[in-house]
Write a protein that binds this ligand. Structure first.
Ligand code: CDP
Length: 234
């Protein structure tokens, strides 16, 4: 591995497996994982605690609350802390998931997240996942991946992870509806960079998609080209 600091950007729609894939890729490459969505979720969790009904939230108040979020480096990833405390279950909960797109549409909050993420990457090689990492946050990233998968399959995977069992078709249908609605709300910020590698994971196992990204990152690290795209370069 070279000493040069590298940035791998992984973007894609809701529940496309970005975060778990990014963490796994980071572990394989011995990079640190930065989950930009976790910062939007952390700001949303504080807004839910303090500001009452989401339709009354004001950008300035949310930004003030966001200053209580710190991004703390661990051995393999950065973790957001809310007023110094870990809040993983809270930030992944249904209430936060329902309201996070509203917070993610606030330009001042987006600037705040981008600053936290860029600061985390100083002095580290990182794998960063989100919606706009390859376009806005790190337009010069060494490798950009855009992960997509069929909505039904994304819903099935997310529910299996959440419930710890095989979900029924009716449950998958409801979750698909929620995902499609969140995709629509997030559409403006979910942008595939022109130089991103499009990876459709509908028929891939997670191990396979991780292997493909690790192989692409190693090729870039060696100074080579990315080689043929797994599913066609954008
Ligand atoms: O994992 P999932 O796709 O459910 O979402 P996430 O990555 O945890 O992100 C949560 C929310 O944050 C998304 O629904 C977007 O509204 C927002 N987000 C964003 O706007 N830009 C990013 N770079 C990352 C997340």
């Amino acid at each position: 591995m070279s000493e040069r600091r590298m940035v791998v950007a992984i973007d894609g729609p809701a529940a496309s497996g970005k975060s778990s894939t990014a963490q796994w890729v980071a572990d394989r490459l011995r990079f640190l994982h930065v989950d930009s969505g976790a910062l939007y979720r952390a700001a949303t969790a504080l807004a839910l605690r303090e500001l009452g009904a989401a339709d009354t939230w004001d950008e300035i108040r949310v930004l003030e609350l966001a200053s209580d979020v710190t991004l703390v480096p661990g051995t393999t990833s950065f973790e957001p802390r809310l007023r110094g405390a870990s809040a993983e279950d809270e930030i992944r909960g249904a209430d936060v998931t329902k309201c996070v797109s509203r917070v993610a549409q606030m330009p001042a909050v987006r600037r705040w997240v981008n600053e936290q993420v860029r600061r985390a990457a100083v002095g580290h090689s990182v794998v960063v996942d989100g919606r706009d990492i390859g376009t806005v946050v790190f337009p010069d990233a060494d490798l950009k991946i855009f992960l997509v998968a069929d909505p039904w399959e994304r819903a099935r995977r997310r529910l299996t992870q959440r419930l710890g069992r095989r979900p029924a078709d009716t449950e998958i249908a409801e979750e698909t509806e929620r995902l499609v609605q969140r995709d629509a709300k997030d559409a403006t910020q979910t942008v595939q960079a022109r130089d991103a590698v499009l990876l459709d994971t509908t028929y891939l196992t997670q191990a396979e998609q991780v292997e493909r990204i690790v192989a692409l990152a190693r090729a870039v690290e060696r100074g080579g080209s990315r080689g043929p795209s797994p599913a066609g370069d954008a």
